[in-house]
Design a protein around this ligand. Structure first.
Ligand code: AMP
Length: 154
């Protein structure tokens, strides 16, 4: 696999840090926190309900492994793991994906503000009216390289 199709987006191999039989882990173009990554089934389908049982199990087992790694790597103590399953739930990329966001005490003043932040991250301007710049491939590749070291990766 040299590139991976995430909905309409072409993901460079260097953005991928985890692969299982049916799932990949990729670093995020516009993370809302350090270690905000995405867990994505290899097969491109929009809704969780479209996945086979095997794909669903593989996605969840992969998310558990990836969650452990990012929580430790970023010195956090909890995880927000969320799937926006369909456009009315806030899904913007029509390819099933779980967000994994490492959490620690005091990171957001009100715990559930993270969901608003997730919404804002998709707009070109944030709440503070600052432009939200996508990360460079170089920056994403560096993070993926660090995370890849925790997994048996081929
Ligand atoms: P959602 O709104 O739940 O569909 O989330 C889409 C996620 O995909 C957001 O966190 C985006 O930052 C992320 N994203 C969009 N395009 C790319 C890309 N090319 N590479 C990595 N992440 C992306």
């Amino acid at each position: 696999m040299t590139t991976f199709k995430f909905g309409p987006h072409l993901i460079h191999e260097s953005q991928i840090f985890f692969k299982s039989k049916l799932t990949v882990g990729i670093v995020n173009l516009k993370p809302i926190a350090a270690g905000h990554v995405l867990v994505v089934p290899k097969r491109n389908t929009p809704r969780l309900g479209d996945l086979s049982t095997e794909e669903t199990v593989d996605l969840m087992l992969s998310a558990r492994k990836i969650g452990n790694v990012v929580e430790n790597h970023y010195n956090c103590t909890s995880l927000t793991m969320t799937i926006q399953d369909g456009p009315q739930a806030g899904q913007t990329v029509p390819h099933v994906h779980m967000h994994i966001i490492p959490r620690k005490k005091g990171d957001w003043e009100n715990n559930d503000d993270i969901y608003q932040e997730l919404e804002d991250s998709k707009k070109s301007k944030g709440v503070d009216n600052e432009e939200r710049e996508p990360r460079s491939l170089e920056e994403m590749s560096q993070e993926a390289k660090e995370l890849r070291a925790y997994f048996q990766y081929e």
